[in-house]
Design a protein around this ligand. Structure first.
Ligand code: FAD
Length: 442
């Protein structure tokens, strides 16, 4: 509701406003929302509908394809304007263009807005007018621009139509999985605008000052956990930007603030790349990797997905993902490197698993993260640099708090051996109740 330019434009226009959600996985090409994303979407829509009802309005729930539904709705209601916020996934850009053309041709004011980015892809280019492929010059060009506009407050009123068109129920969209594997999500997440605002406030109070250091330690809550909220538009990057300007901070925390602002810019960078290189979700940005001889996935991929590889920090990450729909960034890099460089499995297998299981699954960020890890993308880690899962665990989870939380079979292992249990003396394993290959990995 806040800083939602399409909604504000509709509300200030004067006539009745019909807020519409169209469930249209067929419009998403090869990347319709995965199971964890659908869980989030369901609850986020419920929250938005409740917020609108609190202001005398409501959300219409319709089934796609988007263009056909909008044409029918315009015909039925005689709406003379349709507004929406832009998305940058290739399939969404195609749909958006088709909607704009068709509705404009029919004499309807069809207008889209920037609700998702500080700067849109077309606003930033190299001196030669080309897209950036390296983060540092991208961020410099970004920072040289004037500050992003101040976020807008939620519209106070939405004039309701004399008669609401027919709408299905949210539950009719069938977003929730019948197999309740996602029961754990509600314990850790609050989808919706209020949940997003709370995550931002909590982070400013408890995480921001130490972010530079804390962001790398998966065993404690050192990051904002804003990723699903940002993905689903429950908070805008402009709101984040301005909340950071206002945030009270310790003077010594300047490097943390800078670091966090840079992470928000990585998100901008990934959308810039996706917009300019729309084949990258399915093809490496660097063509040399197109014919890379990946191994057949087989049992190794299944063990990786289950969190049963035998490498504690890798297993902890994949189990955190399965239980909560999220994984710490440091561990995302470790598990991705392990899949691609130790197991030799195609990065697209990992990207597809993340796509289905992450509540923050985001085509731009996921593609960038996997191609970075595989060494085949923009500004990527060199292919020969391999994250050693034991040393990474010992460096970033020295006391094993993260492993103990997600791999309880190893909870009683002493710190010294928790990341390398196969090297522990037999009496240590026995005391900790660990039998390798039987109790761990199970
Ligand atoms: P914070 O550290 O608090 O960062 C704040 C925000 O900055 C994040 O919410 C996110 O929007 C943005 N951000 C942070 N790091 C990155 C990054 N490396 N790239 C782009 N944006 C970033 N992020 C997703 O949102 N969706 C994904 O599907 C996704 N897949 C990834 C896959 C791999 C293999 C890797 C290595 C990273 C992936 N990331 C993805 C990026 C990053 O791991 C998450 O954004 C971050 O862990 C989210 O937690 P947070 O909100 O607490 O982050």
């Amino acid at each position: 509701m806040a800083d939602n330019p399409a909604l504000s434009a509709a509300a200030t226009r004067g006539g009745p406003v019909l807020p519409v959600f169209i469930w249209s996985p067929e419009d998403e090409g090869a990347w319709p929302p995965g199971a964890a994303s659908r869980w989030w979407l369901h609850h986020s829509l419920a929250s938005l509908d409740a917020d609108l009802r609190g202001r005398g309005s409501r959300l219409l729930f319709l089934r796609g394809p988007a263009l056909a539904v909008l044409e029918a709705l315009v015909e039925e209601t005689k709406a003379d304007a349709v507004f929406w916020n832009r998305r940058y996934e290739p399939a969404a850009e195609t749909t958006s263009a088709a909607v704009k053309t068709k509705l404009s041709d029919a004499g309807v004011l069809a207008k889209s807005f920037n609700g998702a980015l500080l700067r849109e892809p077309a606003e930033i280019a190299t001196a030669l007018g080309k897209p950036f492929q390296v983060f540092t010059p991208f961020s410099r060009a970004h920072e040289a621009l004037p500050p992003p506009p101040v976020p807008t407050a939620p519209p106070k009123k939405f004039p309701a139509p004399a008669r609401w068109p027919a709408s299905g129920l949210l539950t009719d969209l069938g977003l929730l999985s019948k197999i309740r594997w996602d029961d754990g999500f509600a314990k850790v997440w609050t989808p919706g605008e209020a949940g997003a605002a709370k995550a931002m406030t909590t982070f400013v109070k408890r995480g921001l000052d130490d972010y530079d250091h804390g962001r790398d330690l998966p065993g404690r809550p050192g990051t904002s956990r804003l990723s699903p909220h940002l993905h689903f538009g429950e908070i805008s990057p402009r709101q984040v930007h301005h909340a950071l300007i206002k945030a009270p901070r310790h003077p010594a925390a300047a490097s943390s603030l800078k670091r966090f602002r840079f992470e928000i810019l990585w998100r901008e960078f990934s959308l810039h790349l996706l917009h300019h290189f729309p084949r990258t979700p399915d093809h490496p940005l660097r063509p040399a990797f197109e014919k890379f001889p990946w191994k057949a996935p087989g049992a190794a991929l299944a063990q990786w997905k289950k969190g049963a590889t035998g490498y504690p920090v890798v297993d902890a990450g994949l189990r955190e993902l399965w239980r909560t729909g999220w994984m710490h960034n440091r561990v995302r890099m470790i598990v991705a490197s392990f899949l691609v460089k130790d197991l030799g499995i195609d990065w697209r297998e990992g990207a597809a698993w993340f796509w289905d299981t992450l509540v923050d699954a985001d085509l731009a960020n996921n593609t960038l993260g996997w191609q970075w890890s595989a060494g085949c993308g923009a500004d990527a880690a060199p292919f020969f640099r391999i994250f050693n899962p034991v040393l990474q665990g010992e460096k970033f989870d020295a006391a094993g708090a993260y492993v103990r939380a997600w791999v309880p079979e190893l909870a009683a292992m002493p710190d010294k051996w928790i990341h390398r249990p196969w090297q522990a003396p037999p009496e240590v394993l026995e005391k900790a109740g660990v039998t390798l290959g039987a109790t761990y990995p199970g």
